[in-house]
Ligand binder design. Structure first.
Ligand code: AMP
Length: 454
């Protein structure tokens, strides 16, 4: 069967969901008893929009292109129908083989997906293996030897196992590529293409991405056969679900302001984002020294350190987790009360991903951002992408506001006409004002104003 791209069907779920007992909506999607029982154990009562829109098609064997980010219930949207098909088929994987292959960009996300399959398949006796980098090969080889129903892997480590012939992919019936745009960011496209070559032509393929850059669109086209396309939570919708606020604050006072905020008991489980790994360590250290037990998670930490930090956060022993974007991608912790952007991310998509860690699956959440003078442009970009104006409170000390000159509405220069004045119309369009208003920095990266050094 050729895997060509057919016409994309944009169709929502139109079957009448029965309004009877709780969970009957899941049954109406075509899921059966052991899976519904597992869903009940998870505490879900109604399917999320992506589940409603994709599960019936996936049960029919269709390919899927899902434009969705975490927090939408997308993992269950692919795990549940895959488990249901396995139940119906009753097939067994050969030694070293698997029936479903899920590719994820990070170890955390892979572990999370593996846990989800185990949770949803808890009444089905399924075998799940998670194969990721940063840990020993031995136990993974052992787990793969007898064959598994579901293999969740990061691309690099899967290639290692393919090359060592520890795994075969010729029995794969379902393949899922999760967070494809993030795979691109991490340089995983070549290994993914290499892995796809190992798969049988006759298979069901599912492709999830929050955004569709060109290369990702091309990969989806090569991988999918006449997919159903489901789009949920466009950027603006996700952002709207979360109560957001911005605090203008001097760079040098961010840590202090954060520690103050955390003094409020409402901040019961807070995820703090920093742009750099060192920043994450520094913030976690400062908070712990100031009475707020915090741990840091980022790419330089070993797998066991990451797991310990995540465990402590989940269990509530460390109510604050400080993370970089990459490390946080796979974190799925329920009931994150607050997300704090200690630094704003460079791209608006990352902001949406970050704040999506709170207000999971319909719950309420709060996202706060500490914004210094140099981040005003980033804030503008975020507001533009999410089509909103975020409420802002100025927490700068008296005097700092005047020095940083923001918010900086473009002003008409007096006496116009000279060459210098040609900048004014551009500033009115919101462009070069960013650079001019940036506070001057000394070598340590701190602002130079008196109050900034306080
Ligand atoms: P995901 O988008 O897959 O990362 O899922 C986000 C969160 O939503 C996870 O914590 C899931 O356990 C939860 N979840 C998934 N489906 C449902 C549902 N139908 N009802 C309530 N919570 C759900």
């Amino acid at each position: 069967m050729s895997r060509r791209q057919g016409p994309v069907v944009q169709d929502g779920w139109s079957a009448a969901a029965s309004k009877g007992t709780p969970l009957s909506e899941f049954a109406a999607l075509g899921l059966s008893e052991p899976i519904i029982r597992a869903i009940q154990k998870e505490g879900y009562t109604t399917p999320t929009p992506i589940q409603k829109q994709s599960i019936p098609h996936l049960l029919e064997g269709r390919d899927l292109l899902g434009i969705a980010q975490t927090g939408t219930g997308k993992t269950a949207s692919f795990a549940l129908p895959i488990l249901e098909s396995m139940k119906t088929d009753g097939k067994k994987a050969p030694g070293k083989g698997c029936l479903a292959l899920v590719l994820a960009p990070t170890r955390e996300l892979a572990a999370q997906i593996g846990d989800s399959f185990l949770a949803y398949g808890r009444f089905m006796n399924i075998r799940v293996a998670v194969v990721v980098g940063g840990v020993k090969h031995g136990p993974q080889i052992k787990a793969l030897a007898q064959g598994v129903d579901v293999l969740v892997a990061t691309p690099g480590r899967l290639i290692d196992h393919l090359e060592s012939r520890n795994v075969r992919l010729d029995a794969v019936r379902h393949v899922v590529l999760d967070e494809a745009d993030h795979m691109l960011d991490l340089g995983f496209l070549p290994p993914i293409r290499r892995i796809l070559k190992e798969l049988p032509k006759k298979r069901q393929s599912l492709f999830f991405s929050a955004t569709m850059p060109k290369q990702i669109g091309q990969l989806a086209q090569d991988m999918l056969d006449r997919p159903v396309e489901v789009t949920v939570t466009p950027v603006a919708t996700t952002a709207e679900k979360v109560a957001q606020e911005v605090f203008f604050v001097e760079t040098s006072r961010k840590r202090e302001v954060l520690a103050d905020l955390l003094g409020d008991p409402a901040f019961c489980r807070t995820l703090v984002f920093t742009r750099t790994k060192r920043g994450a360590d520094r913030v976690a250290k400062y908070l712990t020294a100031n009475g707020h037990e915090a741990s840091a998670i980022h790419g330089d930490k070993s797998q066991s350190q990451r797991e310990r930090a995540l465990e402590a956060f989940k269990a509530g022993r460390a109510p604050v987790l400080v993370a970089t974007d990459i490390a946080a991608r796979g974190i799925d912790v329920d009931k994150v009360s607050h997300v704090v952007n200690f630094d704003l991310p460079e791209v608006p998509e990352a902001y949406v991903h970050r704040i999506g860690r709170t207000a999971r699956a319909g719950e309420e959440g709060v996202a706060l951002s500490l914004v210094d003078g140099s981040e005003r442009g980033l804030l503008k970009d975020i507001e533009k992408a999410t089509r909103q104006t975020i409420k802002a409170t100025d927490l700068r000390l008296p005097g700092a506001a005047a020095q940083e000159e923001y918010p900086a509405p473009a002003k008409k220069r007096r006496g116009g006409g000279g060459p210098k004045d040609q900048a004014a119309p551009k500033a009115a369009a919101g462009k070069p004002a960013r650079k001019r208003n940036r506070p001057r920095r000394n070598r340590s990266g701190q602002g130079t104003g008196r109050s900034l050094a306080a």
